[in-house]
Design a protein around this ligand. Structure first.
Ligand code: FES
Length: 117
């Protein structure tokens, strides 16, 4: 079921809009030209993920001592212990955990944001 959560201008730059839909805490982010909605609870120790940062990360490489940065604006980093999650899939990155964050479909109509819960 689609729920209107606000307008595009309601999402602060470099921050998230937090909403509650039927008792579900949800963080809504603008990143990489898209809007993402995730459950606002980290699967590790229940930190509020909306207080995390959206950024890139260091990618795994096959050569020791080499570093490659990637996934810019696609990674949500938990504010408490730094676990990183793919905003598209909710998967925890790089084998830290098999946990994932709940993601929700988002649609935009006339600058209004709808989250499918
Ligand atoms: S509570 Fe999110 S990584 Fe620990």
């Amino acid at each position: 079921m689609l729920h209107k959560v606000g307008h595009m201008s309601d999402i602060p730059e470099d921050d998230a809009l937090t909403v509650d839909i039927d008792g579900r805490p949800i963080g809504v982010f603008k990143a990489a030209g898209k809007v993402f909605a995730v459950k606002n609870i980290c699967p590790h120790k229940r930190a509020p993920l909306a207080r995390g940062t959206v950024q890139g990360t260091m990618l795994p490489t096959s050569c020791a001592g080499q570093y490659q940065y990637g996934m810019e604006n696609q990674v949500l980093k938990c504010p408490w212990h730094g676990w990183e999650f793919d905003l598209e899939t909710g998967k925890c990155l790089f084998g830290v955990s098999n946990s994932r964050i709940k993601t929700y479909e988002v649609s935009i109509r006339d600058d209004e944001i709808y989250v499918d819960v």
